[in-house]
Write a protein that binds this ligand. Sequence first.
Ligand code: PEP
Ligand code: MN
Length: 338
Amino acid sequence: MLIVMTRTATPDLVARVCQVIETMGLVAHPMFGAQRTAIGVTGNKRQVDSDRIANLPGVQEVIQVTRPYQLVSREYHPEDTVVDIGGVKVGGREFTLMAGPCSVESEEQCTRIAEAVAESGVRIFRGGAYKPRSSPYTFQGLGEQGLEILAKVRERFGLKIVTEAVDTETLGLVAQYTDIIQIGARNMQNYSLLKKAGQTGKPILLKRGQAATLDELLLSAEYILAENNPNVILCERGVRTLANHSRNTLDLSAIPFIKSSSHLPIIADPSHGTGRREKVLPLSRASMAVGADGIMVEVHNQPELALSDGAQSITLDMFRTLVKQLRRLAPTVDKVYP
Ligand code: PEP
Ligand code: MN
């Protein structure tokens, strides 16, 4: 931590700040410049609570040098983490696609979509059985019946399953059925759910909150890693902005930022990130180009009849086109599309 004093701070005020630092068990290093004084702080194992210092008289600014997260940071673990889901990898040079409907609606619907997904060589099927909907009057998901349908899809097509756990009550059941537990945007800061999800030992797909900073996303991932579960896949799914041409703004710059600050894999979700099906293919290609480890897309056999997120669900034909495009693009951006 570095403390910048105001130009008018007297030596007494500098001494007082140094004293507070020492009482916190840290070492203060005042540096007297021609214009102003700065105080370096060492001896901290973790990020220091800067609030105690920021309000002291004569302090202009407190600059945190140490990042608030540890286990998720690249400094702590320089190599890329590759999450292995029973032989299907997320991270490293491979680009991984996860595809399926927003909601599990019926066995027939999932079978039709899973057939197309599996035929295209995609190995992870998504589908929500418990749906976190903005309105309590809309389709809330089939619950356990939906999980059973997903289990049939895994059995029949050999696909891995990713599905969301919306609360601690149903987490155990979801964990029994799924290969990857999804923690949705609305629950990114539900810390008791994060801890319990971490304790299951299952791979976790952690989606960025609708208004979360990247430090907040990484701190949420830190909760899971702190439970001794290193198998976390991050997901950029768009954030709220002033834009009214799309549902959310897919923050593609988050991807290179996360890649440099963390060893965890990060995928993009251009479906929730845009909210409109015609934007999903271009933003999927862009996600690959900026270095995402994969994407998650919503696909539906009859998007116009979908019980949730129909407007952003791509058709089976669009999905096949997408797979072809990504396969062609991969080598040009140094990715391996399996
Ligand atoms: C979803 O994946 O269907 C979903 C609800 O996503 P998010 O949490 O990103 O809104
Ligand atoms: Mn959805």
